[in-house]
Ligand binder design. Structure first.
Ligand code: PPE
Length: 319
């Protein structure tokens, strides 16, 4: 559950402001047309204190999403790094979710965003398990969405842009209405794309399978971390197209995402995957992921940016 009530401070256009003052006008372009890009990042209370997981990769993707949409972010990546750390420490959080957003504000309406200022903000708030308390342990109930994943020829799925989430929203709302936890979106040919807010993996004959941008997915940073960890553990990871009929005979399946972390999928449209319990390889990868996020994996310390590094970053930006 998202706990906004515990968040007191927001970084907005270069300053830390009280939560109540972090507002935009109802005429904002981003509100009318979904014109904006954002990120979702987690800060973990690691064995060495609070640290942000893969902050650089997330901010790099945010700048790439902005370039795709021609949205100029008037800050450098170093400045946003400092800002993210600042908003976490201003709120006194150790475990939290961090949400940078850059969106067109109020200037004119009409689809072309001319004369609209770019508003940049970073929010932080405590956010527990994305898909419910038992999701990580027992796995979730997934349905194949009636809503198709949009093609990257229509909107680049590799960009994390606000308006693109209407497709995800239709899919997850429909899934929940029908009694499932999450939707799996496929393209118009029935090829698997991703969840409403997660990348998708299967395990078959001891091998790990996932897809990539050719199948209209966001190139998830958790996906990338899990591929690396799977290879560290000696698994073969195959990246390519995945069809629903392959999932029928898969031994295991799981979702990955910053919010969802590594969530086992128990069943697809009520048909159990494997024996209907989280599979051993899924659980091993989940443990490896949490070892990395908690600072217990010596090999991947580089994925963690300590929140205490904040002052150094701010000094570096100023000089
Ligand atoms: N696909 C989609 C469509 C997606 O939204 C996410 C993240 C991913 C894949 C996984 O990406 P990554 O977080 O880099 O591993 N979804 C974010 C937003 C969830 C939300 O409800 O908001 C997230 O997990 O933070």
């Amino acid at each position: 559950m998202a706990l906004f009530s515990e968040s007191k401070w927001v970084w907005k256009n270069g300053k830390i402001v009280p939560w109540e003052e972090a507002t935009v006008h109802l005429s904002a372009h981003g509100l009318h047309y979904g014109t904006g890009v954002f990120e979702g990042i987690r800060c973990y209370n690691t064995v060495n204190g609070p640290a942000v997981f893969r902050l650089d990769a997330h901010l790099e993707r945010m700048f790439e999403s902005a370039r795709t949409y021609g949205l100029p972010i008037p800050y450098s990546q170093e400045e946003l790094t400092g800002a993210a750390l600042e908003v976490i420490s201003a709120n006194g959080f150790s475990d939290c979710y961090v949400r940078p957003i850059a969106t067109y504000g109020s200037g004119t309406l009409g689809v072309h965003p001319r004369n609209c200022p770019v508003e940049v903000a970073i929010l932080a708030w405590p956010w527990g398990t994305y898909l419910g308390a038992e999701a990580l342990e027992k796995g979730i109930q997934v349905t194949v969405s009636r809503w198709k994943k949009f093609s990257s020829l229509a909107m680049p799925a590799t960009a994390k842009a606000c308006g693109q989430y209407l497709n995800s929203m239709l899919a997850v709302q429909d899934a929940v209405r029908r009694g499932f936890d999450e939707a799996l979106l496929v393209d118009e040919e029935g090829i698997i794309a991703e969840g409403s807010g997660e990348n998708f993996f299967m395990v078959q004959n001891g091998n790990v399978l996932t897809n990539d941008e050719r199948d209209h997915v966001l190139m998830g940073i958790t996906r990338d971390s899990v591929i690396t960890l799977a290879r560290d553990l000696g698994y073969k990871v195959f990246v390519g197209q995945m069809h629903l009929e392959e999932l029928e005979v898969a031994d295991e399946a799981f979702f990955t995402g910053t919010a969802a972390e590594v969530t086992p999928i128990a069943a697809l449209d009520r048909k159990p995957i494997g024996n209907g319990k989280p599979g051993p390889i899924t659980l091993e990868l989940q443990r490896a992921y949490f070892a990395a996020t908690s600072g217990r994996d010596p090999k991947h310390q580089g994925w963690l940016t300590p929140v205490t590094a904040q002052t150094e970053v701010k000094q570096a930006v100023r000089s």
